[in-house]
Write a protein that binds this ligand. Structure first.
Ligand SMILES: *Cc1c(COP(=O)(O)O)cnc(C)c1O
Length: 459
């Protein structure tokens, strides 16, 4: 049996590491819709974007045609500190489930930031540095992105200003301190530092903040401070491009052993890890070379793909960012307070949104208690304490493996294990105490979010 030879972990040599990122958009027949200027509803030009974003990153954002983009040597040497990440055959989980399926996961939690976000953080910081900027601004929710960016900025000697959603700033002091240890300044959002923050505080005194609001503050801070630009950890095309390193490594590792996945599963918040993981596989699918099932997994409490609208929307609450066409619940949508599992952004990557709209991938929503059940089983069998976000993918992978048990099919299941859950122990505590609940928004809840969608351009 060929599979007898497959090791627990498939690593790559340095020579086998990808030298280029893969730009999936080059192979899409229907390209993702362009970002629009919210005032004119015309596509954003590179010049308009340059007030907020770094030049080279704008070029990547707007490039729908170049399939391979070289990874600069400096970024490749940073990647070597924590990459390649292992592709693990989940033998122990397979045995526990007693499934004929072969389960593989790509583990991105092997770095201090604890997630895949470092793959794009280093790229964005690198281009900011290359442009001669002094620093970058960003927002962070629970803190994974802020942590990754502060690590990348420390490495390159760039200043890093992070607006952290106030409730997380207060309730998750550990990540905040990791960021400060790497030299970032961390401001609870909304703050009095920006006009949008002051406005939100005046309208909603005592608010504990939201990701959309922190984005508005970070964007304003970038535009207001000379030598600063804004960077974003998900959703944007450029972020999916950088994250293609995940999928490229996965594909090279699978190819070494002649393994062809039947399905590829990933959790979807803003879509960057999933977009990166599936990139080379989706490329084959788009070019008609091979077919795969591709499954996005999202929380039932923040169901952008499965219950959202495919429309132009704001990425931020302050409505100062460009409009993106995506599956969205509306920029005003905030998941219910009992939601502990991450993946709380209201929108979704325009690339993935277009692929989903065109029937090239599937999506499903799962409830958080069942996500934590899967996380617990995974921790106890495979040994890794998974991030709640990643555990959405684990849930779906286990469900698919159990289906294989019924049908007797030995399918190859690949999923993205995006990170570790050491900073999510309050959520685990709720689960362990039996106090975790599920809340699925009603149609009325969602209607309130949709009512805030902006005017749409004429078709
Ligand atoms: C941020 C994050 C996600 C979700 O973001 P995507 O852009 O959808 O990938 C998933 N898992 C972990 C561990 C994260 O930190």
């Amino acid at each position: 049996m060929a599979n007898e030879k497959i090791p627990y972990k498939i690593y790559l040599t340095e020579e086998e590491m990808p030298k280029n990122w893969y730009n999936l958009r080059a192979d899409m027949r229907v390209k993702p819709a362009p970002l629009l200027n919210p005032g004119t509803l015309e596509p954003m030009t590179a010049k308009e974007l340059s007030a907020v974003f770094c030049d080279e990153l704008i070029a990547q954002e707007l490039d729908n045609t170049t399939p391979e983009i070289p990874i600069p040597d400096e970024i490749r040497s940073f990647y070597r500190m924590y990459r390649p990440s292992p592709l693990v055959r989940a033998y122990c989980l397979e045995e526990k489930l007693d499934t004929p399926a072969h389960i593989y996961y790509k583990f991105e939690g092997n770095n201090t930031s604890g997630s895949h976000k470092l793959n794009s953080a280093i790229a964005q910081a690198y281009y900011a540095k290359k442009q001669g900027l002094r620093g970058v601004t960003t927002e962070t929710g629970a803190g994974q992105w802020g942590t990754a960016l502060s690590m990348a900025c420390a490495y390159l000697g760039l200043d890093c200003k992070v607006y952290m959603v106030k409730v997380s700033y207060e309730q998750k002091p550990f990540r905040r301190e990791v960021m400060r240890t790497y030299g970032a300044s961390v401001t609870p959002s909304p703050s009095m530092e920006t006009s949008v923050g002051r406005k939100i505080l005046a309208e909603h005194p005592g608010t504990t903040g939201s990701l959309g609001c922190a984005i508005s503050e970070a964007v304003e801070a970038a535009a207001a401070n000379p030598g600063y630009r804004y960077v974003l950890g998900s959703v944007l095309n450029q972020v999916l491009l950088h994250q293609s390193i995940i999928g490229l490594e996965t594909k090279t590792a699978l190819d070494k052993y002649g393994i062809v996945p039947d399905m590829i599963i990933g959790c979807a918040g803003g879509g960057s890890n999933l977009g990166g993981l599936i990139a080379p596989f989706m490329g084959e699918k788009l070019r008609g070379e091979r077919d795969y099932r591709i499954i996005a997994v999202e929380p039932a409490s923040c169901p952008s793909f499965t219950r959202g609208k495919f429309a132009y929307d704001f990425c931020d609450t302050g409505m100062i960012c460009p409009l993106a066409k995506m599956y969205t619940l509306g920029a005003g949508f905030i998941p219910s307070p009992n939601h502990a599992g991450g993946l709380r952004f209201h929108g979704m990557s325009p690339v993935l949104s277009q692929l989903f709209h065109d029937g090239l991938m599937e999506a499903r929503a799962v409830e958080q208690t069942s996500v934590f059940e899967a996380a617990e089983l995974f921790a106890r069998t495979e040994g890794i304490l998974p991030a709640p976000e990643s555990s959405h993918a684990i849930r779906a992978a286990i469900d698919e493996a159990l289906k294989c048990k019924e049908t007797g099919e030995a399918k190859n299941i690949v999923f993205g294990l995006t990170g570790t859950g050491y900073f999510d122990l309050v959520a685990y505590e709720q689960y362990n105490n039996g106090t975790m609940t599920d809340y699925i928004p009603t149609d009325e809840d969602l209607a309130a979010g949709f009512a805030g969608l902006p005017r749409q351009p004429q078709e």
